[in-house]
Design a protein around this ligand. Structure first.
Ligand code: ATP
Length: 244
């Protein structure tokens, strides 16, 4: 359904993507795990049309994806960016309306958002900047869904959230997927992401080094020691140092 072929992207001399190839199948959750600086956000931004890869192809539904954010949204792919990027001075509802700027009838999306996230309906007139971190993340997800996407790209949705809220976010992603949305999930909380992922890949220094089912990746010894075990943090930092 969504295929990346040999993607390369560099910021000046920093080679962030070094020939990335993988495929996301329709209806699945595909999780991407990797250390800080491995290239995960760059990959998401390339797919979302915010960055133009220097080489390689991104194919969606058999056709190349354009390097233009709004055209990618028009093709049915939405990004929930790292750091949420909600508009703090706009109300909850105004933020949702922004997410549906390409949609003719935004009332349907708003209704669906309030059905899925009851709290957002109760707070629709509240300024988004005054919501808690977890509530802001739900708003960012709801805003991503406003364009009624077939594919949702989620970049670190649980970043900075308390463990209980992380569970809510992960369950929400699972629920969205069960409603038929394909999800590409970059998540620092690898253990939780792999629990809901159908497939997963590991990215290191701009390259995919492993691809398998979520269960197999979660059982892989090197993945456990680098990303899931007790020393994972230490290894992550080592990888970060190697990258620098
Ligand atoms: P994290 O988990 O820390 O967000 P990541 O896997 O998402 O990391 P990227 O943000 O894609 O990694 O970064 C990949 C590499 O590109 C890193 O070495 C990073 O320092 C570099 N990089 C990212 N954005 C820029 C930028 N705007 N200008 C220069 N270098 C950048």
């Amino acid at each position: 359904m969504l295929k990346c072929e040999n993607l390369r992207f560099s910021y000046g001399k920093i080679q962030a993507l070094n020939g990335i190839s993988f495929e996301v199948k329709q209806g699945e959750i595909m999780s991407i795990i990797g250390a800080n600086g491995a290239g995960k956000s760059t990959l998401m931004r390339c797919i979302a049309g915010m960055l133009k890869p220097q080489s390689g192809k991104i194919i969606y539904d058999g056709k190349p994806l354009p390097h233009s954010g709004h055209e990618v949204v028009g093709r049915g792919i939405a990004l929930v960016p790292e750091g949420r990027w909600i508009f703090p001075n706009l109300t909850v509802e105004e933020n949702l309306l922004m997410g549906g700027y390409l949609v003719k009838d935004r009332k349907i999306g708003i209704k669906r958002a309030y059905e899925m996230f009851r709290l957002l309906g109760e707070r629709k007139k509240q300024r988004a900047g005054t919501l808690s971190g977890g509530e802001q993340q739900m708003l960012a997800i709801a805003r991503g869904l406003m364009s009624n996407p077939k594919v949702l790209l989620m970049d670190e949705p649980s970043l900075g959230l308390a463990p209980l809220i992380v569970n809510d976010v992960i369950n929400t992603i699972d629920e969205i997927n069960k409603q038929g949305v394909t999800v590409l999930l970059v998540e620092q909380n690898a253990r939780k992401a792999l629990k809901i992922a159908h497939h997963a890949c590991v990215i290191e220094q701009g390259k995919i080094v492993k691809y398998d089912t979520g269960d197999e990746i979660a059982r892989d010894k090197s993945v456990i020691s680098a990303y899931l075990g007790r020393n994972a943090k230490k290894t992550n930092n080592n990888i970060k140092e190697l990258n620098n």
